[in-house]
Structure formats: C-alpha cells, structure tokens
Ligand binder design. Sequence first.
Ligand code: AMP
Length: 446
Amino acid sequence: MKEFLFLIIKTIHLNFTDLNLIEPIAKAIQEQGYTNPTPIQERSIPEILQGRDFLGCAQTGTGKTAAFAIPILQNLSKNKPSNRNIKALILTPTRELAIQIEENIQAYGKYLPLKHLVIFGGVKPGNQEAALRKGVDILVATPGRLLDFISQGIISLKNLEIFVLDEADRMLDMGFVHDVKRVIKLLPQRRQTLFFSATMPAEIQKLANSILNNPVKVEVTPVSSTAETINQSVYFVQKEDKLDLLAHILKNDIAESVLVFSRTKHGADKIARKLQKDGISTEAIHGNKSQNARQNALNNFKSGKTRVLVATDIAARGIDIDELRFVINYELSDVSETYVHRIGRTGRAGAEGNSISFVDGLDLLNLKNTEKLIGMKIPIVKDHPFHTDNLVAQKRDSNNKPFTEGSDRSQSQRSGAPRGGNRKPATPGASVGFKKPKNKNFTRKK
Ligand code: AMP
C-alpha cells in the first residue's frame, strides 16, 4: 500500500450535474434516484472521461460499478457508430458480480444505442455465443468463459479501447490470476485501463503496476470502517434455539426483506425449510444450486417476491440489493473480515443498515475476533425471549458441531489442538442455565 500515494478522498458535495454527463446518461441516473455521486464516482468520472487510467482501492458498496460504467458509456457514445466490435471489456471474478455489472450498465445506458452483454461459465454457451455474433460494444465477463470464447475465435479483443479489471484481489483469492494475465496479454497496448480492488496485497500491486499507465489513484473507505454506518447488534442464544429466534424476529421485529447468512449449504437449506414451514417466504442460495436456481432466487428476493434469502458466503459474493436494510448472521464466520463483507450488503451508499448476529457458544471466539477487527464492541440485545447469559465458549468442528473428542480428528491433528481439549464448560454448570422465554409478547425496542 505504501508504494502508492493514494489520495484519501474527503467528502466533497458535488452533484451529478457538475460532472458534465451527456443528457441520456444524466436522465438514466436521475431515474435511478441518485442525486450525488459517491466519493469514488466524484473522482473517477471526470478522470476516466479524460481518458486517464484509474486505480480504485474500493470494495463493493462504494458505488464503484457506476464509477467506471458511467464514464465508459459516455466515452463510447462519443464514437461514431461502427461495427459492433468489443470496445470495452469488464473482467470480474463471479457470475453474480458479472450479472450485476451488466444490470448497472443496462440501467445507466438505457437511452444509449450501445450494446452490452454478460458472459460467464456454468451455463451452456449457445445463447452467449449467438449474442456475441450479433455484435457487442461492452462485454462483461468472467475469465474462464472469456478465454474459452477467445480460443474458439468467437471473441476478438483487437479493437478494445477500455479494459476494466474488477475485484482484482478476489481474482487472486479465487485462483484466477493466471487467467487474468492470459487475458491481459491479448489486449491491445493502446488502451485505457481501470483497475479496482478492495485490498492491495503485493501481488495485486505488482499486477496493477504492470498494466496501468500513470493512473489516478483513489482509495475509498476501507472495509473495516464501513461497519460504522451500520446499526449492529448481537443476540446471545443457545444453538438449538437459533431457528426459533430467527422465526421470532422475522414475525415480530422485522417486517422487511432480510438476507440471512449461513456458514454451510446444509444449514442454509435447513433454515429455509423452517422459515417456509412458519409461513415466511424464503429461498436459499448456495453452491449446490444451479446457476439458474440461484439467479431466480436472487431475482425473487430483489423484487420482493421472497422476503428472506438465506445465503452462504460464496453464493452471496457481491450480491447487490438496493435498499436492503437487514442482514442476519445466523453464525459468525471464522474469518473476521467475512463479517464486514456480510454486513456490507446493507447500509449501501449511505442508506440505513442493520445487522443482527446470533451468537452461541460456538460463535463466542469469532465474536471476540470480529470485535477486534472492527475496533468496537457490538451491543448485545437481551430483550428477546431466547436470550441466555450462559454461553460456554466452544470450538467448532468442520461439521459445524461442537468439537468433541473424535468429532473432527483430522482437523484437530492438523491444528495441533489437544484432542477433546474443549469439552469442559468454561464455568461449572454453565451449560445448563438456559431460561425459556418469559415474555411471549416481546417486541424489540428500537
Ligand atoms: P457498488 O459499489 O457498485 O456495488 O454499488 C453499491 C450500491 O450503490 C448499488 O446498489 C448502487 O445502485 C448504489 N449506487 C451507486 N451509485 C450511487 C449514487 N451515486 N447514489 C446512490 N446510490 C448509488
């Protein structure tokens, strides 16, 4: 990070009208209900319009998609109409992100004659290929499917003018960096490059240095501080009461759409089944579901057809839902950063956001680590029928169950932990102290 003299943006109060956007784009933005550009947009839009390369250290939720999509649309609309060669390529790691980016391009470019398309793996290539053959100006792609089409001669990048690498650090995490480098080798030397990454590990910095030409560098609020804008709370509950607590909250306290995070696919299905049984419209998305099923579930949730979406972290990557006000962490992740990503699904672009985390004995250690990361204690809400003061810190085994001797031998041996070392309650008698709900008419105080 030190190698870059990132400019930390101060809050300036620009209006979209100050950005000299062409009328069709200004109109489309207005229809989206945006009045002011977000900090990254304030910096990126004028610079990208001038043709500068751009390095944005920003995560999803900062408005970074519009930060590149709007100036790309404006720059390309200046071109004379020509044959439909790919002029802008946006490379992004996941199908969900790719789809969302294209939805954004569609929204901001709805009054422009530019053609755009999204391609990704995991579905049959036929429809994508047919659409490509008709000609595309702006292509949003995941790396594998893009390379497949290139190798078959269906896609050529020789007329490319603008290249966007989105979520570069996640490309690295997901093992796509070699594919990305292969794509980069196929790009024309003369081009504009826009590079976005939430974090800047050394390898990503190196990649950025190698493909950017004197870029404007902008960093917006880092991941661990987005939490400040979100009203966070923790509910202490025994593991066996979590499903009932969830149903209780959804029936009594929250009347709106809620995104629930589950550690496991099996857990996500179980939660969805329970809520459906209780008459709460719910769907689950996770890696075992087909791409179509995931997209349908996401669409149903976005349109309000289903009220609750239960997702695993992988399936929820980059999910972008306007006006989502509630996120519930059914369990806390072992990776503390995941908490910040999860709650970052709400409170987008300055909107009000709320996150509730269920904490049982298995989550206590993760809670401690999460609080350390975000630098604050998350307030505990006790005023609910399933509250317990008697949680016993326990380790989790790989099946999401309390670690006991033999339950997860391989894991304990790998980590060098003493077998069965966590069986004892931290305080004598602590595991038998759960009180059943007293007040059935409980409603959470705001
Ligand atoms: P992104 O960081 O691209 O995932 O965007 C996060 C969310 O902010 C999306 O739901 C966008 O629709 C929304 N958004 C983007 N730009 C603005 C803006 N200028 N004003 C209000 N919301 C915005």
